[in-house]
Design a protein around this ligand. Structure first.
Ligand code: GLU
Length: 397
């Protein structure tokens, strides 16, 4: 039987499939170091789990409002206000993870053939989500000398009369770079002048390592850009709640209502128990989140040093998120395990097959010659994974 053209175009999420492969090898008894998916290794905080248990015992098990329980939307508004963003509950839609918020957002604003500017390296799922709603991703390769950040000039060149939106992701997955206020202001001017939407993926906004360069939301830069921005965020990364699937969007009320209508006919509300857990996380989870952030910083500093010490490899210090984007271009051309390494996918494959280290090749993010290491994993694994990567280079170069 035929599947639709659009479905046959959709690829499995590479971050998730590489992680699944690593977990499968682990289940078979192989000691794999999993640096692939960006998933905190910490347990969900105790008070959050307890709130969920209480919710079950209190029979909070019926449908909720499809756009999300009002208390949760209020708690989300409070947390956004704490970072300088004023929203009302009717502007919030609670979603099954932030990926789902992106799907709602593109479904609400894209007509078939509309273009979305996506700076590369990009998080892999953007492309497939845009394709799923019959949009056209217009990928703009950012430059290393611009620290992988898109400029207003590059946006101007990519713009056509079909451009409907652009994506900004700061702190960025996979590079860890963050946009400054000036850079965001230039992008905001462009978006306002062209009258297009900005999808601002802020899922790593709480994972920022320097108080001197805090996260800035493009939506906070004035009324005109606020109206045009759809902020996408979630609880997965900050509160170690990946499996609970709680994300949200914050936008103009009209767009929020369109997204809520779409959601009412697809997934309905997010799991009622998870919503109660999310309220507890937002209200009382910030101390634990701060402890986790300190630990991520410690791991970041360690892995940056280890990778920098390995000849032929180089990386920048990520300012946010929990990824290290490692330049492997000097490894290309050699033959490892009988295979010539032609690109980042070959490097990642050799690391997985021969050294049992799972990383994501930058090919998955629309960029050549890098691998992404997630350091949201235990210090034991980071130490051992760094040792294996060092051995990979020593053995073969
Ligand atoms: N967003 C994380 C990553 O990039 C989790 C996996 C996924 O959904 O892509 O690894």
């Amino acid at each position: 039987m035929k599947i639709s053209n659009i479905a046959s175009k959709i690829r499995p999420s590479q971050t998730l499939s590489i992680s699944a492969e690593a977990n499968m090898k682990k289940a078979m008894g192989v000691d794999v170091i999993n640096f692939s998916a960006g998933e905190p290794d910490f347990d969900t905080p105790e008070n959050v789990k307890q709130a969920a248990i209480d919710a079950i015992n209190d029979n909070y098990t019926k449908y909720t409002q499809y756009e999300g329980n009002i208390e949760l939307r209020e708690a989300i508004c409070d947390s956004l206000a704490a970072r300088g963003l004023e929203y009302k509950p009717e502007q919030i839609v609670v979603t099954n993870g932030s990926k789902h918020a992106l799907k709602n957002a593109f479904s609400a604003i894209i007509d078939p053939g509309d273009e979305v500017i996506v700076p590369a390296p990009y998080w892999n799922s953007y492309i497939d989500i845009i394709n799923m709603v019959y949009g056209v991703p217009v990928v703009v390769e950012t430059k290393k000398q611009n620290v992988f950040k898109i400029t207003a000039d590059e946006l101007e060149k990519a713009y056509t009369d079909r451009t409907r939106a652009l994506i900004i992701n700061s702190p960025n997955n996979p590079t860890g770079v963050m946009y400054t206020r000036d850079e965001l202001e230039a992008i905001a001017r462009f978006a306002v002048e062209k009258d297009i939407y900005v999808i601002s993926d802020e899922v790593y906004s709480s994972l920022v390592y320097s108080k001197k360069s805090p996260h800035i939301s493009i939506a906070s830069l004035g009324d005109d850009i606020y109206k045009r921005t759809i902020v996408v965020d979630g609880l997965s990364k900050k509160y170690a709640m990946t499996g609970w699937r709680v994300g949200f969007s914050a936008s103009d009320a009209e767009v929020a209502s369109a997204m809520a209508n779409i959601q009412s006919n697809s997934t309905s509300n997010v799991n009622s128990i998870a919503q109660v857990a999310a309220i507890e996380a937002l209200d009382n989870g910030n101390d634990v989140a701060a402890d986790m952030l300190r630990e991520f910083q410690h791991r970041r500093d360690y892995i940056v040093q280890r990778i920098t010490d390995i000849p032929l490899l180089s990386c920048m210090i990520p300012k946010g998120a929990f990824y290290l984007f490692v330049d492997v271009s000097k490894l290309l051309g050699n033959t490892v395990g009988g295979v010539e390494l032609k690109n980042s996918t070959d490097v990642a494959r050799a690391l997985m097959d021969i050294y049992n280290v799972a990383v994501v090749p930058s090919d998955a993010f629309g960029y050549n010659n890098y691998i992404r290491i997630s350091f949201a994993t235990s210090m034991r694994d980071i130490v051992e994974g760094a040792r294996r990567i060092e051995k990979f280079v020593k053995d073969n170069y």
